[in-house]
Design a protein around this ligand. Structure first.
Ligand SMILES: Nc1nc2c(ncn2[C@@H]2O[C@H](COP(=O)(O)OP(=O)(O)O)[C@@H](OP(=O)(O)OP(=O)(O)O)[C@H]2O)c(=O)[nH]1
Ligand SMILES: [Mn+2]
Length: 179
């Protein structure tokens, strides 16, 4: 087997183990790991991304934010670059939600190109997921607010990947949100 394929399998196995007890917020309680796998798949199949470290970071992107995984653990297992990309896309969960959301908008333009790619694919996946079904407990207003906020983040990621940006723009247009 080629070493990139082996590395991706090692990475997806690690992420699946870390997220093993988590579910998405949809009514069917989809396994959480479907999301990071989908984000990596968007980058590879729709974004044309071949940078293995970006694909690994996509698979791992919610492990530090949402599980007991530490940045040091990622660095030891997957190297400094993958750990750094994940750190760049990790929200500080000790901050109030409004502040976290504001900081994503503020920080997006200053992220590395690799982190910007992961952020674009993360938003694309989550917006498509919102179109597929409404998370349990969310109102239509909250869904629309998420689209509005995501558009503010995506504005700061412009010029990163035209294919992904085009698909995001289409989703915003359907919601009457101007990018
Ligand atoms: N659309 C959708 N999202 C779900 C679902 N289940 C879990 N999520 C996650 O919920 C987050 C968005 O919900 P919010 O209420 O805005 O944020 P919060 O979970 O951090 O409080 C996303 O986190 P994230 O990936 O860290 O991204 P981000 O929104 O923080 O950028 C998304 O992955 C689902 O069924 N549908
Ligand atoms: Mn995510």
């Amino acid at each position: 087997m080629n070493s990139d394929a082996a590395l991706l399998l090692e990475t997806v196995q690690f992420a699946a183990e870390k997220h093993r007890n988590q579910k998405r917020k949809d009514p069917e309680e989809t396994p959480y790991i479907n999301h990071p796998i989908g984000v990596a798949r968007i980058l590879s199949h729709e974004g044309g991304v071949t940078d293995i470290e970006v694909l690994q970071a996509a698979l791992l992107h919610d492990t530090v934010e949402d599980t007991d995984t530490t940045p040091a653990e990622l660095e030891a297992k997957f190297g400094v670059t993958v750990a750094r990309i994940v750190q760049e896309v990790t929200d500080d969960k000790s901050l109030p939600k409004q502040e976290r959301k504001r900081l994503q908008v503020e920080h997006a333009p200053h992220c590395s190109q690799q982190a910007k790619l992961v952020k674009l694919a993360d938003k694309l996946y989550n917006l498509r997921d919102l179109n597929r079904c409404t998370p349990v407990g969310w109102t239509a207003e909250r869904v629309q607010e998420y689209f509005l906020w995501a558009s503010e983040v995506v504005k700061g990621l412009k010029g990163t990947n035209s294919a992904l940006e085009k698909k995001l723009e289409e989703l915003f247009k359907e919601r009457g949100v101007q990018l």
